[in-house]
Design a protein around this ligand. Sequence first.
Ligand SMILES: Nc1ncnc2c1ncn2[C@@H]1O[C@H](COP(=O)(O)OP(=O)(O)OP(=O)(O)O)[C@@H](O)[C@H]1O
Ligand SMILES: [Mg+2]
Length: 651
Amino acid sequence: MDNKAFEEGQAAVLAEADISHMEKDVPAPVTVNIEEGITFTWSNLSVSTIPQEGRRCCGLLKSQPKPEKQILTNVNGIARPGEVLAIMGASGAGKSTLLNTLLFRNLQGLQVTGSRIANKSLVTPTSLTAVSGYVQQDDLFISSLTVREHLLFQARVRMDKDIPREQRIIRVQEVINELGLGKAADTLIGGERMKGISGGEKKRLSFASEILTNPSVLFCDEPTSGLDSFMAQSVMEVLANLAKMGKTIICTIHQPSSQLFSNFDQLLLLAEGQTAYLGEARKAKDFFSSINHPCPQDFNPADHFVQVLAMVPGKEEQCRDTIDAICHKFSESQDGINLRKAVKIEEADITEKDQSKADKVSPYKASWCEQFSALSWRHSLAIIKDPMLVKVRIIQAFVMSIILGVIFIGQDNDQAGIQNVNGALFVLITNISFGNIFAVCNAFCVELPIFLREHFNGMYRTDVYFLTKQLVELPLYIVEPMITLTIFYWMVGLNPEADKFFIAAVIVLLVVQVVLSLGYFMSCIAPNIDIALAIAPVLIIPFMLFGGFYLNSGSVPVWLSWLKYLSWFLYGFEALLINQWEGVKDISCIVPSIDQNSDNFSCMSTGEEVLDQLAFEQANFWRDILMLVVLAVGLRIMAFIALFLKARRKQ
Ligand SMILES: Nc1ncnc2c1ncn2[C@@H]1O[C@H](COP(=O)(O)OP(=O)(O)OP(=O)(O)O)[C@@H](O)[C@H]1O
Ligand SMILES: [Mg+2]
């Protein structure tokens, strides 16, 4: 869908729908994605950490062995359409781990056994993504978008292809109203650098993003934490309404009020990774009474259950015995027996064929072109509206080039000028390299967790994200170095012929592309931004030393010469020097501070002699350009492969 058309359509539809009216009265719901209900079952799920042996290094250092830690033990469960299943338990009981395991998410370092079944078919990460939503415990957003822009983007990539754009815009307004986000709809989301909507509004926004598509199964990890009691109640009502529409809702809840507790249909109590109860929420009190843990009168039952199942510091043994006894009694109870029977029935008809069929389902709702268009729109908005990214970087380019220009200003065509011009060109490449590598690592690493979450949500493909990011950022990475080059070039007084200036511009832009590729690559392989920023200088400095300025290109030790051939400093510097000195004649031999009759003084009167002195050859010009292109493309492909591997859906 065309971006402009989408925005125009949005204005028209909102005008027609009369938002002021809509904020007071919830409009008639848009019918989206109504599918048959999904019965979601998990059978004998066990999760434990992968044990590690202690390692010795040179007989001196020894890392501690890490024994296997059991987090979930043979957990069975079933969630039916039309019901809200609330998962409760003390902190550390394994609630988030269970949700992550059901969704195949965030399981690095853990081993999982058991099966997840939806409507009698084995679930795979791909098949589940297409029909589910997951509101995670922590919120991640592009901070420079407004609430409405964020939801419009979500609507474009997450709603079914055949839903017309008017319907999508109305649906966005509908969830804004439903979650009381009307007042904040046109406010920036904000983040660390700029203040935006409140924490509670962010929580509701992540919830809104997931319910936008009315997914058949909705998983929520503590959707009410951080909300006031009124808002928590509204969120629970939205969940209850979704359940009434035939959706399956599975959520973890912390400290629900008695009123909130009364909204649950089913309750799953987890204790030390085991099932302590799964059944109707209103019958849980009776179960606890039957096992000699009655809920005191006027006591919130939710608080009582969590207290009985908690591990009290100093009384671990005793608590563990109590928990084991309760889990055993539940397993023997009629509810426990019924649960195992129900799970067995769901498991009975699973075949290998089901799994291969499930794997073929595409997790993406939008076509490649729609993903491309929506992501380009969002990247552009994020860049245009982020003052740090555009304004500061342009101002920085002006200031840096003027400072460097003043230091190297007005070089003459003489012996001192040769050294200064060469130094100025090397400083130009160094400045561009360091400036851009830190900028790209910062920007890309910050956005990477958002990309990974949205990609695993089935919103867009890795290639579309990578491609649109490069294309949208391209103008910025052309304008900024051009500002630096233009100011610096004319202040220093480099070769004044117009074609020389434009060739220098091409070389500088190619160097920028190599640096960006390296920045993307490092951002994709580093586990986090701190490591990416720490390894950047370690990588750049050796390449800089082999650039031909500090160490004569002909003097690089043979065993290190391979590093020289990977140095964009060398190719960029040599190409810029050839461009600068080729054809230059009549360089003045006057150097005021040197005795020109001394034996050590050798005058360089032509550009060729300057290049010879640095062991550079004019014939290398096209090799240098070609190598810059090869490095830019090669590193970019490696960055894409690294990102692709990171974003692979693991089975
Ligand atoms: N990747 C992991 N490696 C090692 N231990 C883990 C890992 N993930 C979870 N755990 C451990 O498993 C237990 C359960 O963690 P989980 O996050 O599921 O608890 P929770 O019930 O969601 O707690 P909370 O209510 O505090 O969010 C904790 O003791 C936690 O330390
Ligand atoms: Mg948790």
